[in-house]
Ligand binder design. Structure first.
Ligand SMILES: [Zn+2]
Length: 230
């Protein structure tokens, strides 16, 4: 576990990245290897609903009514969770997601424990390709998959050399829209954390193992700096 606990409590690292960036995989690895405990808003929400806490009841009612849980309620849930884990190094996954949430988080007690924001950077084109792995030859109709059945030459049919195209344009549009929305919401956050000197960008396009090694080197660097200064 990350060791440099200060008087405010154990460190918190925020991990950010667009859908398909491999953020979930990295969070699982970090938790599995005992570096940090992963805390996501989804898990917190489910746990409160399951335990039937006051907040859980409120959340159930909102979800049953088909509405979104407000930033205020999320802030309350996250803060409560982080305060209950004051001695545990935490990887905060999926929060904050927008400026309002970042502002709420910035005003919380737990904010003093934030030591780094790791952003998994992956270009939109790359994500669309990763998320929509299915490819079809525009000439002969043979199907391929980028991951499970990749063509020998990138973008070209093994059989006839025709151009490979993504099969489902509707899905492509949905994925692209999600990514544009993500960028719109998170770009101000990245600027904000960068100004605070907290942002570390990691290239998310590499193999998950390599991405993990890079994240760990950033984390170790922070730990070392902290030790040498304090
Ligand atoms: Zn073909």
């Amino acid at each position: 576990m990350l060791s440099h606990t200060n008087e405010q409590g154990a460190p918190i690292i925020v991990i950010m990245g667009p859908p398909g960036s491999g953020k979930g995989t990295q969070g699982d690895l970090l938790e599995h290897n005992g570096v940090l405990k992963k805390v996501s808003t989804g898990d917190i929400l489910r746990s409160h609903v399951k335990r039937g806490t006051d907040l859980g009841k409120k959340v159930s009612a909102i979800i049953d009514a088909g509405k979104f849980v407000s930033d205020e309620i999320l802030a309350e849930l996250v803060e409560c969770e982080l305060n209950s884990l004051s001695k545990t190094p935490v990887l905060l996954d999926g929060y904050p997601r927008n400026e309002k949430q970042a502002k709420n988080f910035g005003q919380s007690k737990a904010f003093s424990r934030l030591i780094k924001v790791i952003f998994l950077s992956v270009s939109k084109d790359f994500l669309v390709k990763r998320l929509l792995g299915r490819l079809v030859c525009s000439s002969c109709g043979t199907t391929f998959h980028l991951k499970s059945l990749p063509p020998k030459l990138d973008g070209l049919c093994d059989g006839c050399g025709g151009d490979l195209i993504s099969r489902n344009d509707d899905a492509k549009e949905i994925v692209e829209r999600r990514l544009v929305q993500y960028e719109k919401e998170t770009e101000p956050l990245l600027n904000y954390y960068n100004k605070l000197g907290l942002l570390e960008t990691v290239d998310g396009r590499s193999d998950p193992k390599e991405v993990y090694v890079e994240i760990m080197s950033k984390i170790n660097k922070i730990t070392k700096n902290h030790r040498s200064t304090g």
